[in-house]
Write a protein that binds this ligand. Sequence first.
Ligand code: GAP
Length: 459
Amino acid sequence: MPADNMEKIVALAKRRGFLFPGSDIYGGIGSTYDYGPLGVLLKNNVRQAWWRAMVQSREDVVGLDAAIIMHPKTWEASGHLAGFTDPLVDCKKCKKRFRADHLLESKGLSMKGLKEKPTLMSEVKCPECGGELTDIRMFNLMFKTFMGPLEDAANTVYLRPETAQGIFVNFANVRDTARKRLPFGIAQCGKSFRNEITPGNFIFRTREFEQMEMEYFCKPGTDEETFEYWKGFMMDWFAGLGVRRDSLRYYEHPKEDLSHYSKRTVDLEYKFPWGWAELWGCANRTDFDLKQHAKFSGQDLSYRDDLTNERYVPYVVEPALGLDRAVLTFLIDAYEEIDGGRSTTTESNKEVETVLRLHPAIAPIKAAVLPLSKKEPLTGIAKEIRAKLAERWMVQYDEVASVGRRYRRQDEIGTPFCITVDFDTPNDKKVTVRDRDTMSQERVAIDELVGYLALKLGV
Ligand code: GAP
């Protein structure tokens, strides 16, 4: 059973150092979160797993790391300046702020219905205090700042609201240097910023977040088949990293709700504790972005097929995933509470035990080394083993408390293997390796430990 409520995940994340509220000592600031010692490892591992699957293991995708602050014309061309807006209403009584489309949705109404019947909004009251709401104002989600010392319109720049545009403006650079024939993709991971009106659900929706996006450039006419491939890829990637398939589903966007650039969009959704919600979006962006940037920059963003001599502006299929949202999904899906505990020792069997069944490839700590005594020679041997394994993986050394308690500490943070150094170890040069999920124990020679773990971890 995955976690059924967010409080448990938020509490575990804070208690064990995965995530802290941003600027915690000042009382936090607007839904920002800081990744703690274990969180940063988990996040790095998820990013690396995505990179391995999306770039490293493929011949048709290359990587990129573009600047966050881009030429302001980018956002004119992409349509973000004019259209990257959310409808905003304020409560006249309690002054709280809401997204009008969310309020309408909760009443089974839609923004489309509003166009046909503008008085519809008057039927909606403040969900917090029942107060009257203001008229709708469209609010641009891009964060503004200034480039250089002068704070005027000519120097206004924006923090990118999606990483995708950094890829489109580099299409010609990559086309001319990477020696790739179409179809090929450009992938990048990096920070994006959106001044969300209602961030929430922990790291699900924040104002500063990381995206992992890939723009796959293909010949017009092959885009629909390409779309099907990447749609399947999204589900398989999460399932391959252990997420239950029955907690994943596709949502096809109705034609009338598509973004201005999209011919088709399908979201991979996850069954979060509050309901199904978007995890990874796949959009057929057609040739919209390249044509817009060609128009605004005056540059040629077409592609010439050197075999057929055909020249065309490629179509683009875009699988776009939020890194923080992926981290949250893995945490929720891996979380399991066992009433009364799994161990049979009297000390533990009254407690609720938490096991984070993270896939070994993304687990923050791969193994913990636990000497059965705090004295030599066991501690010396255990420290040597820790140092050897640390050349390759993140490992922990722990000599504090009973071994049962130390196992449970590691189970709670998702460590796949615990290595116990016991009183036989100095003689037989072997250790006991305990598997987090099955709790089975195996005696392994110290000399063979690295090979043994490499095989089991797969990384
Ligand atoms: N380039 C297309 C694009 O940005 P999107 O659906 O707006 O599309 C892609 O975003 C993904 O980025 C989403 O599926 C989600 O995982 C993540 N994402 C979007 N807004 C987010 C936010 N405010 N906080 C965290 N993740 C977000």
